[in-house]
Design a protein around this ligand. Sequence first.
Ligand SMILES: Nc1nc2c(ncn2[C@@H]2O[C@H](COP(=O)(O)OP(=O)(O)OP(=O)(O)O)[C@@H](O)[C@H]2O)c(=O)[nH]1
Length: 573
Amino acid sequence: MADKNKNSGFTIKLKHLLIVVFIFISAVPLFFSLQYLNQYAQNQYREQVGEKLEALSLIAKQRILTSVARLEDSAALIASRTQMRAYLAQWGQQQSPELLEQINKIIFDASAAVPHLHEISLYNNEGAPLTSTIEASLEEKLLSPPVKGTKVQAEPFENSLLLTAVTPLILDRKKVGYLKVAFFADFLLELIEERAGLGTTGEWLIVTRSAEGHALFVTPLKYDKNAAFTRIIDKAQIDIPTTQALLGNEILMDQAPDYMGQPVMAYTRYLPKQDWGLVVKMHESEIAQLTVEFKRVLLLLETVIIALAVIIGVIVSFYIAMPIERLRSFTQKVSSGDYSHNVEPSGWLEAKELTHSFNTMTKSLRDLNENLLKKVEERTQELDKANQRLLELANKDELTGVNNRRYFEERLGQEIKRAKRNGSSLALVMLDLDYFKVVNDTWGHLAGDQVLKTVSQKLQYCLRDTDIIARIGGEEFCLVMPDGSYDGVIAHLERIRIDIAALKIIYESHDISISCSMGLAFCRESDTIQSLMERADDALYLSKNAGRNKLSDENGVVQSVMASNTEAKKTGE
Ligand SMILES: Nc1nc2c(ncn2[C@@H]2O[C@H](COP(=O)(O)OP(=O)(O)OP(=O)(O)O)[C@@H](O)[C@H]2O)c(=O)[nH]1
């Protein structure tokens, strides 16, 4: 039945079931949560990079605007010199070397106080060069000067970059010429060199619009040092951040191609007054690399957390299952009858209570078992006694208490064997009370019983421990006397015969006397129980025939010297 239950269906140990359940309810959701967190964190990280690019580009744009405004202010301050404009107006009328000298004096004076200055040049109304703090500048005509206000533009200069501010000079509401102030644009070069927070691939791009409307780089590039005023991006390539910047869009671009076709994350800015585009960008590969690092850390964390969840799961499962496992093996012992053990209560509260109940139950079973064993032992002892008693009853004569015929024959057989084996002597005596019928007839059957009991007691008293006495008939007894010499046995039997004859048995105030006749036979090698008893019986017959109260062997009546003396005393001979 137990095997049938064991084999029916799928079986699983509680601790294993708990481990599986625990992993499913903790580690699996944890795994998916961490995966989601991983994805979420990556997106967050990309968003952070985007926000950083947006913030950095805004700051850079403000820095450029501020710097340009400062240049414009410097140019405006020089243009505001009235004397210079007055001389320039006179120059239109009369062109004298003295006048030019006066003009030169003013612009050289002005140049001394302006930081980062490259040149100050003056042009006439048609844009033709008039004078300059730098000789070389007098060779070129002013290209498309502004009608009104100041026009700032970037120009290459040797290995450097110039920002020129061209402004019309007005005197008494009449234009008298143009002022061009050129500054070294060190702040722009410093800006593009500053790549803090942009990783190893981050870069600043500043573009202006070429004559054809394409994006023309004004500063050297990280990956192309000669790009300034040489490299362009076709205006048709609108997915490129620099094009978007010049289109006036200030946006974050994901996976956009840069000037080398590499995918980048970029933020575009536009400076409308200067018609410049400003772009800050980082390679997508570097951002991905950073998220890969992050991912790796998260994966490690994930592994540690899940491993911890599994370990905790296993520990918890064992914590729950172990008390039950212990109780199971305990109940197995109890069911096999071993009540000697107790289980130490451990684990969770209910398990402790259950263990305590099991211990109490086992103690009750143990006590019950011990009581049962004690009772069984008592009953067994009683039974043994009863059996002993039964055996005694089966072997004893009920009236006299001496052995009965059944026991006698059994013992006689053993004694014959023993005597033959040891070569020792064995005497068998048949003893019969004389005229017992007369006792019965005279004093009654109960008196006869009393005589039988008294003679039995006398015989028991007279015989040795090794001798056997048995009542084998109504008034007939048998004596088995091992290891005695012929003379010794004769003397002993004569003493018994005389003692019995001397007995005064009192029954209901009557004195009753009795005598006995005995037949003696010593065991021979050829004897059986039957033959030995027959020979003893024959000897008894001789005693009876000889007048009773005699001891005979196979040769006739024997009388010891002691008996002869005793009987002689009695008769007075
Ligand atoms: N009271 C009593 N008498 C018994 C018992 N068993 C046998 N008897 C009597 O013993 C008597 C035996 O008588 P007999 O066989 O004639 O022997 P006897 O009278 O002793 O004469 P001899 O043996 O020839 O000397 C009978 O009267 C039996 O009834 C017993 O258990 N109790």
